[in-house]
Design a binder for this molecule. Structure first.
Ligand code: NAD
Length: 296
């Protein structure tokens, strides 16, 4: 299939490469010439603008952009996708944005005769490179069925979450819980150690008891409890504090619009904001344990 791909950053570039590997023809666009030339070397064709990409004979377009403002610009702008794409071409936005913006763009797309799915991902840059991302997809069931084999070239769990925007709903709810649970594990581990317990023994008890969760048994924030996690390498790599802060901001903003209380989500957002202000935005999000330990 001939696919258009816009946004060739840390996530988009490896996702686009997996589409090429699966035998699809790709036309790509990014504001960064370096990002485009990397994909052209791998076999893609470059387009000069979103409008130029939309005017080719692509059957489907995928976008992977930083935030809602970029998504709205690329889809709704004068030189953007909707003003130039053929009716019927399926549009898939995999950026992480707020559900209301996703619904606004999908409504505008459908009004112009283009079906649209929101399909944010989890799995990070490692999952993008390995083709093992989870896609949380919002939109019509028939459009989901159409997109499924394409998304399967980039991911291994592809879940239909309901109507437009619901992929983003699943993503913000999950990542809000992840932010909260990481802080909870950090707090409990720091308390146990401050009271005299060995960190590894404590982690072992938690991980076979009712406090167990992914943040404790697969991504423990306490140094030297686990190998192969950011806490074992000075909190480098992994999922950055500023990316977690972005997702908690989306969750609290969406909650505000729904008048839904998110008491712990808002507290987690403030703790990550404070941690980022202290200059730790580039560290993995499990480094939040430093708020509780001087030597952490
Ligand atoms: P990135 O900043 O590395 O890449 C974004 C790309 O979009 C850049 O190459 C940039 O030049 C391009 N871009 C920006 N505006 C553009 C425009 N108007 N037209 C064309 N290209 C434009 O970001 P990323 O890490 O690839 O993340 C992309 C999305 O995926 C974000 O919404 C992020 O929240 C989400 N996400 C990231 C991760 C991760 O671990 N990095 C994990 C899950 C989800």
């Amino acid at each position: 299939m001939h696919i258009g791909f816009l946004g060739l950053g840390n996530m988009g570039a490896p996702m686009a490469r997996n589409l090429l590997k699966a035998g699809h023809a790709l036309t790509v666009f990014d504001l960064s010439a370096t990002a485009v030339s990397g994909l052209v070397e791998a076999g893609a064709t470059a387009a000069a603008s979103p409008a130029a990409l939309a005017k080719t004979d692509v059957a489907l377009i995928i976008t992977m952009l930083p935030a809602a403002a970029h998504v709205k610009g690329v889809y709704l702008g004068e030189d953007g996708l909707l003003a130039n794409v053929q009716p019927g071409v399926l549009l898939i936005d995999s950026s992480t944005i707020d559900p209301m913006s996703a619904r606004e763009v999908a409504k505008a797309a459908v009004a112009r005769g283009n079906p649209m799915l929101d399909a944010p991902v989890s799995g990070g840059t490692g999952g993008a490179a390995a083709g093992t991302l989870t896609f949380m997809v919002g939109g019509e069931a028939a459009d989901f069925d159409h997109a499924q084999p394409i998304l399967a070239a980039m991911g291994k769990n592809i879940v239909h979450c309901g109507g437009a925007g619901n992929g983003q709903v699943a993503k913000v709810a999950n990542n809000m819980l992840l932010g909260i649970s990481m802080i909870g594990v950090a707090e409990a581990m720091a308390l146990g150690v401050a009271l005299g317990m060995d960190a590894s023994v404590l982690a072992g008890v938690i991980n076979t008891s009712s406090g167990r969760c992914w943040s404790s048994d697969s991504y423990n924030p306490f140094p030297e409890v686990m190998d192969n996690v950011p806490a074992a390498r000075g909190y480098s790599g992994g999922f950055g504090t500023d990316l977690m802060l972005k997702d908690l901001g989306l969750a609290t903003e969406a909650a505000k619009q729904a008048r839904q209380p998110v008491l712990l989500g808002a507290t987690a957002q403030q703790l990550y904001q404070s941690f980022s202000q202290q200059g730790h935005g580039g560290l993995d999000f499990s480094a939040i344990i430093k708020l509780y330990r001087q030597e952490g």
